[in-house]
Design a protein around this ligand. Structure first.
Ligand SMILES: Cc1cc2nc3c(=O)[nH]c(=O)nc-3n(C[C@H](O)[C@H](O)[C@H](O)COP(=O)(O)OP(=O)(O)OC[C@H]3O[C@@H](n4cnc5c(N)ncnc54)[C@H](O)[C@@H]3O)c2cc1C
Length: 472
């Protein structure tokens, strides 16, 4: 990544020097590096890689197009290993977008409808990414200016990213996209179609370009990194994923990087007929289960530390997490059990089970965070720091900050972890992430409503009442 020279801005200043040395990026980049190292570690290489069909070299299983239930299982193991290493806290470990790219490339022939070269572009990118382990950020959403249903952008200078010119070299892009997590520290930026209005051809395009393409600018939000001390900031010191707004200032996208443009029908087909949703959700749910396991472990550690087990409401709260965890595991099993081949020969887990799981998680996650806050109570505020333990205060801290089942050092570590997950800027961003990263939960519920088959259940009622069958 140090070889790239992306144009990244934070707090009004362009970041100079290597992003890998910048506090806001360093922790996440080191963690990503360690994930890549794990892939090729002798203990993991068999589980995490497979032979590239093009080069025969070992490449990451997150790029594997599953053809069988065994392949799906192999993908699950791989995703789980990375998720466990980050306690599920990094939403955008590279397997997320590797999966997206794999599923879209598997159905690339949909793009032939506009130009056969476009499907080749997507396939080429997928194969190059797989063989060189390229990493991606992505962007779906236009800036949050006016979300009313009849809003049409009238500005002469585009706000939402648009194609402003087509020429012999490619398409020229101007405008902004709302959010790209890890913007600036991936090899590529994958731009996916925005807006679901069938009439919005203008926003229906897709391409991928290198992160340091001319005219591309990343504007960071404020950093939530608070320091490198693992003791003080056990999560944000390692897993802080920056979010950026992307600005396209007359960016030329060469024709060999364009997947389609000005075709909302192709955008619809691509997401309807490809297995983007179930396979991406497969990665997501595995990570979310790992995160839920970690939260359950943490909640129980807090209960033990404060000796709270006897209270029924505490048991009830821990049980809520257990119910969530077991429901998600069952839905994942169900999705894999009922996997089927799609029209492209990809083995695809059951969409509805995964959709239910992700929709449920957007409510379960904030509740689990609330539960940790309710268990920790004032202890989440009165927590010492690493510095206090190395100061003249140490005797006081050791005496007054101990737990029922542990010394002050252990109790502080547990409570700092809970604080970083629930109350720090890093933690509150995690909650917002789990609510929104896969889209507005309101729309997800709507998609579930529209996609879930209910005919046979209506038939039951119609048969029972002996009334006429409705045309469904
Ligand atoms: C931490 C974080 C990281 C993210 N990372 C990425 C990323 O890397 N790449 C990416 O592409 N996206 C990313 N996202 C963006 C995410 O995809 C969007 O936040 C999500 O799709 C919701 O869109 P929005 O934020 O524009 O909300 P809006 O659509 O502006 O919604 C605002 C409010 O209006 C309501 N609303 C809006 N439209 C409707 C409607 N039609 N019907 C009913 N209610 C409506 C919503 O329910 C909500 O309450 C990220 C988001 C977060 C929070």
């Amino acid at each position: 990544m140090d070889q790239l020279k992306p144009n990244v801005w934070m707090k009004g200043k362009q970041i100079q020097g290597k992003l890998s040395e910048h506090p806001a990026y360093k922790g996440a980049m080191l963690t990503k590096a360690s994930l890549y190292d794990t892939q090729v570690h002798p203990d993991f290489i068999e589980k995490m890689t497979y032979s590239s069909p093009r080069t025969n070299e070992r490449v990451g299983i997150s790029f594997l197009q599953p053809k069988s239930k065994e392949d799906l299982e192999a993908r699950r193991h791989m995703i789980n290993i990375w998720a466990t290493k980050t306690a599920g806290m990094m939403g955008r470990t590279p397997d997320y977008l590797n999966t997206v790219l794999m599923t879209l490339a598997a159905s690339a022939s949909i793009l032939d409808d506009q130009d056969e070269e476009f499907s080749k572009n997507l396939t080429n990118l997928y194969e190059t990414a797989r063989d060189h382990d390229l990493s991606f950020t992505h962007s779906f959403i236009n800036p949050q200016v006016d979300r009313s249903s009849d809003y049409t952008e009238l500005s002469t200078q585009p706000i939402a990213t648009k194609i402003v010119e087509k020429n012999s070299n490619g398409i020229v892009i101007k405008g902004a996209r709302l959010l790209a997590t890890q913007g600036g520290i991936t090899d590529e930026v994958l731009v996916l179609p925005s807006s679901s209005k069938v009439t919005d051809n203008e926003y229906a395009f897709s391409f991928s370009i290198p992160t340091d393409t001319d005219g591309l600018k990343f504007i960071c939000r404020e950093s939530y990194y608070q320091g490198s001390s693992f003791f003080n900031y056990p999560l944000s010191s390692r897993f802080h994923e920056m979010d950026t707004m992307i600005i396209f200032d007359n960016v030329l996208v060469p024709w060999d990087r364009v997947f389609f443009y000005h075709r909302q029908d192709i955008a619809h087909q691509l997401f309807l007929r490809s297995s983007f949703t179930p396979l991406t959700l497969h990665q997501v749910i595995i990570r979310q289960i790992t995160k839920t396991e970690f939260i359950l472990g943490l909640a129980q550690k807090m209960v033990t530390t404060l000796n709270l087990s006897e209270y029924q409401h505490i048991q009830g709260k821990i049980s809520e997490i257990i119910i969530g965890l077991e429901t998600m595991k069952a839905l994942l099993d169900q999705a894999e059990l009922h996997a089927n081949e799609d029209e492209w020969g990809t083995m695809v887990p059951n969409t509805n089970s995964l959709y239910i799981s992700v929709t449920m998680f957007s409510k379960l996650y904030p509740r689990m965070i609330e539960i940790l806050q309710l268990i920790g109570a004032g202890g989440l505020v009165a927590i010492p720091t690493e510095e206090d333990f190395h100061s003249p205060l140490v005797k006081d801290i050791e005496k007054y900050c101990q737990g029922a089942a542990c010394n002050a050092d252990t109790k502080t570590k547990i409570f700092r972890l809970a604080w970083d997950l629930t109350m720090s800027a890093f933690g509150t961003r995690q909650t917002q992430y789990e609510r929104y990263f896969f889209g507005d939960p309101v729309k997800l519920t709507s998609n579930l409503y529209n996609g879930y088959p209910r005919h046979e259940y209506m038939n039951l009622v119609e048969d029972f009442l002996e009334i006429n069958k409705e045309a469904h």
